[in-house]
Design a protein around this ligand. Structure first.
Ligand code: TXA
Ligand code: MG
Length: 321
């Protein structure tokens, strides 16, 4: 695998060529790092599933360069979806829409819907644009981690997590720590119902602020295969305990107003919800590096970005019996 510490234009162009040739490229986005492959290349997509040990019916997000590329992958796109895309793209938002014939079963897990996102990280933007200029249609990229484990928010974390599963012509592009630190908000537009499939940085409050009464969010759970909705996901090896009292030897992730009891290992001390999201996965990784057996997370209030943080921590705390 080629680890690129400083991504010059020439290196990004090489990585785009590697994608066209069917290799994998892990790249930074503003949310978390993605493990990318040509969304039209079945063999390359199969490799993503193998590298992640991810079940093949879990669909992948396709990353495109702008809202103009939407119609390649999606059909019957509702006007509301276009408005929301124009407002939040490039950015931490994924839309689930009716698929076009280009979005094959190997991307959508056999569903009639496809997930699309335009990331804002400059390296991701450049990579996608160069790939499109070479004739590529979109880059499928799940988070660059082993299935069920903590997403990677740095190139180093990608290397530790999946480096030994990559081949010599695959790339890892370094783009520093992911600014947001948790995955994109996913909104689906299916049968005239709009629902939030995964909470994220773009909050429900923000969506209402911008789209007000025109946005009718469905409360109904949609029957989509979204991994981790109830199962273990985003999990460190350490056990995650929510809101308990930490004892000596345990890790602690809590906002700065909460003190560290004696003998407890403080892993993160965020001052804001943004910092909480930004540091969460790195703090989980630190717990594993220190070989801690368990970590207590004091959850922030369930409001705004706190909803997404709570969603990830709850799934991280889930243990299959
Ligand atoms: O921030 C992000 O979204 C990151 C970066 C790399 O873009 N990507 C990411 O991908 O989190 P992944 O594969 O780890 O999570 C994507 C989620 C999964 O829960 C998947 O099931 C859901 O999106 N998804 C993808 N396509 C879908 C579809 N067609 N229908 C329903 N859910 C879908
Ligand atoms: Mg993931």
């Amino acid at each position: 695998m080629r680890f690129i510490p400083i991504c010059t234009e020439a290196e990004i162009t090489r990585a785009a060529h590697a994608l066209i040739e069917g290799h994998l490229v892990a790249f930074p986005t503003e949310t978390v790092y993605g493990l990318g492959a040509d969304a039209s290349n079945k063999e390359a997509i199969n490799r993503i599933y193998d590298v992640k040990s991810r079940p093949r019916n879990h669909p992948l997000i396709i990353h495109i360069s702008s809202v103009k590329q939407l119609n390649k992958w999606a059909v019957n796109v509702p006007e509301q979806a276009i408005k929301i895309a124009k407002k939040f793209w490039p950015g931490p938002l994924t839309l689930i829409l009716e698929r076009s014939p280009l979005a094959k079963d190997f991307i959508t897990g056999g569903q009639h819907f496809v997930a699309l996102r335009v990331p804002s990280h400059p390296i991701a933007k450049k990579l996608i644009k160069t790939f499109e200029n070479l004739g590529g249609l979109g880059i499928a990229a799940p988070s660059a981690n082993i299935y069920g484990k903590v997403s990677s928010t740095s190139a180093e974390a990608v290397k530790i997590e999946i480096g030994d599963r990559l081949r010599k012509d695959d790339f890892i592009l370094n783009g520093n720590r992911s600014e947001i630190g948790i995955e994109s908000t996913i909104i689906s537009f299916i049968e005239n119902e709009i629902s939030i499939v995964r909470p994220g940085y773009i909050t429900i409050e923000k969506l209402y602020e911008d789209f007000g009464h025109t946005l009718k969010l469905s409360k109904k759970d949609i029957n989509l295969k979204t991994p981790g909705n109830s199962k273990s996901h985003y999990s460190p090896n350490a056990k995650v305990r929510i809101n308990g009292d930490p004892v000596a030897g345990e890790g602690l992730i809590a906002t700065s107003n909460i003190e560290t009891p004696q003998g407890v290992i403080r892993l993160s001390t965020p001052h804001t919800l943004e910092e909480f999201a930004h540091e969460l996965y790195e703090a989980f990784r630190l717990a594993d590096k220190l070989k801690l057996k368990s970590v207590v997370v004091k959850l922030p209030e369930e409001r705004g970005l706190g909803i997404a943080i709570m969603n990830r921590v709850k799934q991280a705390s889930y243990r299959a019996m």
